[in-house]
Design a protein around this ligand. Structure first.
Ligand SMILES: O=C(O)CCC(=O)C(=O)O
Ligand SMILES: [Fe+2]
Length: 268
């Protein structure tokens, strides 16, 4: 990395594997190896465009999911906020600022009026219920900002008395809404799938952290590639396992991962 003017920070070198950094820096190189199937479907009076980047478990890029006026609104909201460095839970003293996630963050309450249209669209398109999600978290990554590969599934023990876990279960899926992309770097990488997603503002990336039995999907391991220039702004929405009125799970026990028609309305 030092060869091509991209000397990385120590935190990145300590928390990332070289192979994964290679994947981040050259998303195209690996693209041909993966199937990307594009769909354009009409559901609830809107066209939805998406690329399936992996099938088991599902990893999907929804192109232009967030309407431009909402993307702009969140850009403005971002610029008016004084964001704090995010904390990652864990460690003897509870939360700490970790080398593995260098980003600024901000939680948004569910009744934030800017979010209304996003929740509505989510419920129109998906069989997952937006009530079964955590609050939105805005993440803002500057140069050398990154989030080293990790699982979103938290693997609570069954008798955990964590309120979120007891009420809504673990993290079934993650929806990542892209507000701004960096000039260089900053894709979302799935090292075990050898997939890097290089989205555009307005895109939403959705992946499944758990299968139909609510066990962790091993291949859902992912990270936010280091930012080399510019700034990336994204909003994470962690979708919990319980209770989704309409979420169907296939009857075929051999396939444990969720399938497209389980999760998208009117998808045949
Ligand atoms: O920003 C990204 O690309 C990934 C974010 C992420 O992994 C998370 O919020 O859990
Ligand atoms: Fe994550």
């Amino acid at each position: 990395y030092e060869e091509n003017d991209t000397k990385l920070s120590e935190a990145i070198l300590e928390t990332w594997q070289n192979e994964t950094l290679d994947l981040c820096l050259d998303p195209i190189k690996n693209f041909a190896g993966n199937s990307a199937v594009s769909y354009r479907i009409h559901t609830n009076f809107e066209w939805i465009n998406f690329e399936v980047r992996n099938v088991q478990p599902l990893l999907i890029r929804f192109v232009g999911f967030v309407p431009p006026h909402i993307v702009q609104r969140f850009q403005k909201v971002h610029d008016n906020l004084e964001l704090e460095d995010t904390k990652v839970s864990g460690g003897a003293d509870g939360n700490f600022i970790s080398k593995s996630r260098q980003a600024k963050g901000q939680w948004f309450s569910k009744d934030d009026k800017n979010l209304l249209e996003i929740y509505q669209k989510f419920d129109n398109v998906f069989k997952m219920d937006s009530k079964t999600t955590e609050n939105f978290m805005m993440l803002s990554y500057d140069r050398f900002g990154h989030y080293a590969p990790h699982y979103d599934f938290l693997n609570f023990s069954i008798d955990s008395d964590n309120w979120w876990y007891k009420t809504y279960g673990d993290r079934l899926a993650t929806a990542l809404f892209i507000i701004k992309t960096a000039e260089k770097g900053g894709g979302t990488v799935f090292p075990k799938l050898k997939v890097v997603i290089s989205p555009e503002p307005g895109d939403m990336i959705l992946w499944f952290n758990a299968n139909i039995k609510f066990e962790q999907e091993d291949l859902s391991f992912h990270g936010a590639c280091p930012i080399l220039a510019g700034r990336k702004i994204a909003m994470s929405l962690w979708i919990r396992c319980r209770q989704h009125k309409d979420l169907k799970c296939q009857m075929n026990d051999e396939i444990l991962s969720h399938e497209l028609n389980d999760i998208i309305r009117n998808f045949d």
